[in-house]
Design a protein around this ligand. Structure first.
Ligand SMILES: Nc1ncnc2c1ncn2[C@@H]1O[C@H](COP(=O)(O)OP(=O)(O)OP(=O)(O)O)[C@@H](O)[C@H]1O
Ligand SMILES: [Mg+2]
Length: 394
């Protein structure tokens, strides 16, 4: 049974469509008592007419007293200010009040988180692969290069690997690996709600390195027809089948990327030595803070780290207030390998770029200790400061 805070008795019927059983309360005190009375209660929905400050106060209290309980806020209009304040107060998601499909999805995601937080994970002793998302909010910095090479290296050294191309409109994983997929992630949409190992196997394409790839659709307009929930389902199944699931992403916080973040064990953020890339990386890190992604599950990789462009690795560390885990040098061998369709780690395993990719894989993916940093890039990152969405991201 879900708890609803809403003064309108008619709200129960409306929300029941999306949420199943709902018990309504019209004040935070009554809601608090209901939570106290039933420790199996995991989800609170706050109606669109409850004022934002009271909703945030309530959420802050729940976060401290019952951290396993998820609070979802509904609003008639969702804007950046509402989002920023709510996420800061520990609200799990903010959903448009009349969008019952999104509300149902948010409720399902929240229940899954609650189960994990409460230690009630239903996963059995089956395989628990690692999910790694490679992201940058700026295009062309090397996400596809990194993800294809890491996936190929893991596959050639004995791991079962799925490479997922979440750049659903303009993905180039397949072409970078000279693959000609006849199926794509789009084929999972018709299986939504019951994707299983066989369903997943029917849409992946096998590569000679041993990795499997879930390709982006060939028609860019299909991207909008793939719900975020299908990506979550894909990843949940994939990690029971594969040792590693590597996700290449577009340069934007799409709903598919957010689903990948939610399901990832590690986020690899790629930067280069140019001011827009560094600015975007800093905003991305701040956004990840707001989304509640743990800091120790993020790695920053500086690609083309030797470029002589007047900006140094130390400057990047100062700007992003986080250390750099790996430096990857610039080399014409990288685009040459893409043009050949053979990942550099396979084509030239001793190349400095390949060595860097392998070093990161062994240190942080195969044998992860706590996320550490390389000494040569280590500069005190200074105190963390939160980016407020309400400042418009400036
Ligand atoms: N270390 C490197 N040295 C030289 N060239 C590189 C290096 N890393 C990436 N490149 C080249 O930079 C270009 C962009 O790389 P890539 O496609 O991996 O970026 P991306 O972040 O995936 O881009 P997009 O956001 O468009 O998907 C490619 O031509 C690639 O070969
Ligand atoms: Mg790319």
């Amino acid at each position: 049974m879900t708890l609803l805070w809403d003064a309108d008795p008619g709200a129960v019927e409306r929300f029941q469509v999306a949420l199943g059983g709902v018990t309504r309360h019209d004040s935070p005190a009554a809601l608090g008592r209901a939570l106290e009375a039933d420790s199996s209660e995991f989800l609170v929905i706050i109606g669109p007419d409850v004022d934002l400050a009271s909703a945030c106060d309530f959420s802050e209290g729940v976060r401290v007293q019952r951290p396993e309980v998820g609070v979802i806020l509904t609003r008639r209009r969702v804007d950046v200010t509402v989002l920023a304040q709510s996420l800061r107060a520990g609200v799990r998601e903010v959903v448009q009040a009349d969008d019952l499909t999104s509300l149902a999805d948010a409720a399902r995601r929240s229940r899954e988180i609650s189960q994990k937080v409460a230690g009630h994970t239903t996963s059995d002793a089956s395989r628990e692969g690692k999910v790694i998302t490679v992201f940058s909010a700026k295009g062309g910095v090397g996400k596809t290069t990194f993800s294809t090479n890491i996936a190929a290296y893991l596959a050639t050294s004995g791991s079962k690997v799925l490479l997922v191309d979440l750049d659903l409109a303009f993905g180039d994983v397949a072409i970078s690996l000279q693959m000609l997929p006849t199926t794509s992630i789009m084929d999972l949409v018709s299986m939504a709600g019951h994707i299983d190992e066989q369903g997943l196997a029917s849409v992946v394409t096998h590569h000679s390195s041993g990795l499997d790839a879930a390709a982006a659709p060939s028609d860019p307009s299909d991207a909008d027809r793939i719900p975020g929930s299908t990506i979550s389902e894909l990843l949940r199944v994939a990690k029971t089948v594969y040792d590693f699931v590597i996700i290449d992403t577009p340069p934007a916080f799409t709903e598919h990327v957010l689903a990948a973040f939610d399901n990832s064990d590690l986020l690899v953020l790629i930067a280069t030595l140019d001011i827009p890339a560094v600015k975007n990386l800093r905003l991305s890190l701040d956004t990840l803070d707001l989304l509640g992604t743990p800091k120790d599950s993020r790695l920053v990789v500086l690609n083309r780290s030797d470029a002589k462009v007047g900006l140094r690795a130390e400057d990047v560390v100062t700007a992003i207030r986080q250390d750099i885990a790996l430096m990857v040098p610039t080399s014409p061998a990288v685009p040459a390998s893409v043009n050949k369709g053979i990942p550099l780690v396979i084509d030239e395993p001793r190349h400095a770029v390949s060595v860097a990719f392998k070093e990161l894989t062994e240190k942080f993916l195969r044998n992860p200790g706590p996320v550490e940093t390389r000494a040569e890039a280590k500069v005190d990152a200074g105190p963390q400061r939160r980016w407020s969405l309400s400042r418009g991201g400036k």
